[in-house]
Design a protein around this ligand. Sequence first.
Ligand SMILES: NC(=O)C1=CN([C@@H]2O[C@H](COP(=O)(O)OP(=O)(O)OC[C@H]3O[C@@H](n4cnc5c(N)ncnc54)[C@H](OP(=O)(O)O)[C@@H]3O)[C@@H](O)[C@H]2O)C=CC1
Ligand SMILES: O=C(CO)COP(=O)(O)O
Length: 327
Amino acid sequence: MSGSSFRRIGVMGAGAWGTALANAAARAGREVVLWGRDAGAMADMAAARENRADLPGIALDPVVSPVSDLNLIADCDAVLLVVPAQACREALGHLGSRMRAGMPVISCAKGIERGTRAFMSDVIAEALPGALPAVLSGPSFASDVAAGLPTAVTLAARDGALAKDLAQALGSSTLRLYHSTDVRGAEIGGAAKNVLAIAAGIVAGRKLGASAAAALVARGFAELMRFGAAYGARPETITGLSGLGDLILTTSGPQSRNFAFGRALGAGEAGAGKLAEGAFTASVLVEMAAAKGVDVPVSAAVDAVLAGRLGIDGAIEALMARPQRAE
Ligand SMILES: NC(=O)C1=CN([C@@H]2O[C@H](COP(=O)(O)OP(=O)(O)OC[C@H]3O[C@@H](n4cnc5c(N)ncnc54)[C@H](OP(=O)(O)O)[C@@H]3O)[C@@H](O)[C@H]2O)C=CC1
Ligand SMILES: O=C(CO)COP(=O)(O)O
């Protein structure tokens, strides 16, 4: 299949990222079906030609069709899966037997499933055994992509030709996709950086200073490298867009919802109530690191704070009091 064979793209999940990717796929010349589970909200979106709740002020491209009928997704040539990580299995379950074998299903969610410790490509393989799992991940805020600002991300599939074709089908003059066969590496970066972005937000909210913020990013990246190596990621993926690239983006400021969530925690304020995937991933990532004997002190501190085992000041003290070691 060449890039142009993916004539019709289905997007499952009509939140901020799903809507932005629908517009991006339209810009790449595809027909797009944007599916959301709330029939009323999808009818409103179709009438207003805008996702007023999640991406206000951005017009839906004319070729994007907002729908609430999953049969219309099953008819597509490839599907972007853009619901929160903990909801992916359930959402795919509804697609189930309607889907044809050999359909590429591209995870755009950034997280690890709690309980099962499954990465998103494994969730796709388990929920839809006939599908071809792929991953799209990298530094890309929905509002930037939707506004057509220049963005570059990674698209990984086990079959290199498929990754290349999908990258060609979805890429445009404003969204550049690098193809890769390192599915695991691409999904690890996106999941782990969210936990580290919460830590960066806590540092900002607690006003610990720019030096602490830089140390956090560098030591956070060291633990991302260790975790990635233990779970089979290639080093060049972790140092690429979906690893270091996304870590830099989301530890830089409150445009990241994970950073904003952490900053509110650090400042002792209530959060904005938006999705912060790192809050769901922290505990399972720490469990998985422990299972492989990998040291992830920053993520462990975030998990301990979120679970109420440590206060923020206690977590900072514990990080600073760790035994001295070689860098
Ligand atoms: N926003 C961004 O900039 C980026 C986000 N991502 C990732 O994309 C994923 C989605 O994020 P985003 O779109 O921003 O989140 P939003 O909170 O904006 O939207 C999530 C959407 O998923 C829907 N949803 C939730 N649970 C289910 C379910 N069980 N079945 C069907 N639909 C469901 C919600 O529907 P409802 O409103 O009915 O609850 C909502 O439309 C996350 O993993 C995030 O990390 C990745 C890159 C960039
Ligand atoms: O993953 C993202 C950008 O690459 C979005 O980050 P947040 O979910 O923290 O806003």
